[in-house]
Ligand binder design. Structure first.
Ligand SMILES: Cc1cc2nc3c(=O)[nH]c(=O)nc-3n(C[C@H](O)[C@H](O)[C@H](O)COP(=O)(O)OP(=O)(O)OC[C@H]3O[C@@H](n4cnc5c(N)ncnc54)[C@H](O)[C@@H]3O)c2cc1C
Length: 375
């Protein structure tokens, strides 16, 4: 019987690809690696608005987690995990394969909120899984190109976080370029202003950009459901109906349901509670990172998943070697860059906002460099 300890990585998110990259460079002794992932390759979300705008091809966004795992000498199971039994140390997959582990780590990301509202799952285009969103872009463009209709093509984006703002502006740029009829974009959010939690300077600037670009801002209104034959009409909590052709759904992250259905400690929203070492609370053998993990002071953004990657890699190695683990401290501020779809971007750092072509060049360079690391 092999004395090798088995490390099972679930999901090929931002933190895990870094674990795989480092494992390939120096594989830990006496350890075997298995990656369980629902789909492959993964798409890097930071460049998705640019893909929507027509600036990138899909292949430029792809990160092949399975290839990284094989390069690290590991095996790959291309199937979603549907339970983690930490007590028994097994991961159960969608087809009921039981995978025993010595150590496991979860980096499965998040899904989107509100899919349970009437008509939303059936009719809206959710931003996650991102593959689904990407698959719908050609249909949207084709619908807007349809010159047989004279009425404007109306697209609503629900959720005015960073992703929603970028998608609204990038869809606008793309559709205006390619459509055979006028294009109207609405951005809808339950909050009164876009970019909740972002620096005030960035929020003000984005408000000005939305106004300048003619994106209709429908703030302070909660969507209660979606209706209409085309699925593009939003029912609002004030009784209003916003009719349109399509709805992109990006109202913020929700926890993958299987986390709460496992024997893992979860917060009120269903995300796995972790401590500073990235170990799941009360469980030495299970780690979690990125959106699926809940740690005070850690927002749900790719940059935090990226920054926790090296610590996760080190801690898995230290755990295998029986050495003390390192703490991860989420940074209090980060460079935030939003693609505006017209060749410019807006950003902020240390509370200062900036905008222009040079900002988009900077974003493009950072994003491309990130993806290149995993090629
Ligand atoms: C349009 C858009 C643009 C964004 N832009 C930015 C940005 O510019 N900067 C930023 O910081 N954040 C951005 N975000 C947020 C960012 O996408 C997330 O915070 C980030 O992806 C979280 O990374 P992660 O490692 O937790 O998970 P992910 O990168 O989502 O990876 C999850 C992995 O787990 C896999 N998986 C999922 N479920 C299972 C399962 N059951 N079994 C096995 N595998 C599974 C997935 O296939 C994937 O490999 C954006 C989000 C959107 C929607």
């Amino acid at each position: 019987m092999s004395a090798r300890r088995r490390v099972v990585l679930v999901g090929a998110g931002h933190a895990h690809v870094e674990v795989l990259r480092r494992w390939a460079r120096t594989p830990p002794e006496d350890a075997e690696l298995l990656l369980v992932v629902d789909r492959n390759p993964a798409v890097y979300s930071g460049m998705v608005p640019g893909l929507v705008a027509g600036h990138y091809r899909r292949a430029e966004l792809e990160i092949d987690g399975a290839a990284l795992a094989r390069r690290a000498g590991g095996r790959v199971l291309l199937e979603p995990a549907r339970r983690v039994w930490a007590e028994k140390r097994v991961v159960i997959t969608a087809s009921d394969i039981e995978i025993p582990f010595d150590w496991a780590s979860l980096d499965v990301g998040s899904t989107v909120r509100g899919l349970d509202l009437p008509g939303v799952a059936r009719n809206a285009i959710p931003a996650r899984p991102i593959d689904g969103l990407i698959g719908r872009i050609p249909h949207l463009v084709a619908a807007a190109r349809n010159a047989s209709s004279r009425s404007p093509f109306r697209l609503a984006v629900v959720g005015a976080g960073a992703g929603g703002v970028e998608l609204a502006l990038c869809f606008q740029a793309r559709l205006r370029r390619e459509a055979a009829r006028p294009v109207e974009i609405r951005l809808v959010d339950a909050r009164d202003r876009p970019l909740e939690g972002a620096p005030e300077s960035l929020r003000r600037r984005v408000e000005r950009i939305l106004a300048r670009r003619g994106v209709a801002w429908l703030g302070g209104r909660r969507v209660t459901g979606l209706e209409g034959l085309e699925g593009g009409s939003l029912r609002l909590d004030d009784g209003g109906l916003v009719t349109g052709d399509a709805v992109v759904w990006v109202p913020g992250p929700a926890a993958p349901a299987f986390l709460a259905e496992s024997d893992l400690p979860v917060d009120a929203r269903g995300f796995v509670r972790i401590g500073p070492t990235l170990q799941v609370e009360g469980l030495e053998r299970v780690f979690a990172a990125g959106d699926c993990a809940s740690l005070p002071g850690m927002p749900k953004a790719g940059v935090y998943a990226v920054r926790s990657g090296p610590i996760l890699a080190a801690n898995l190695r230290r755990a295998l070697g029986g050495r003390p683990l390192r703490p991860y401290t989420p940074q209090s501020d980060f460079l935030s860059l939003l693609n505006l779809g017209d060749g410019t971007a807006v950003g902020s750092k240390w509370g200062i906002a900036f905008e222009g072509r040079w900002v988009m060049r900077l974003k493009d360079r950072i994003d491309r460099r990130f993806v290149e690391r995993y090629r």
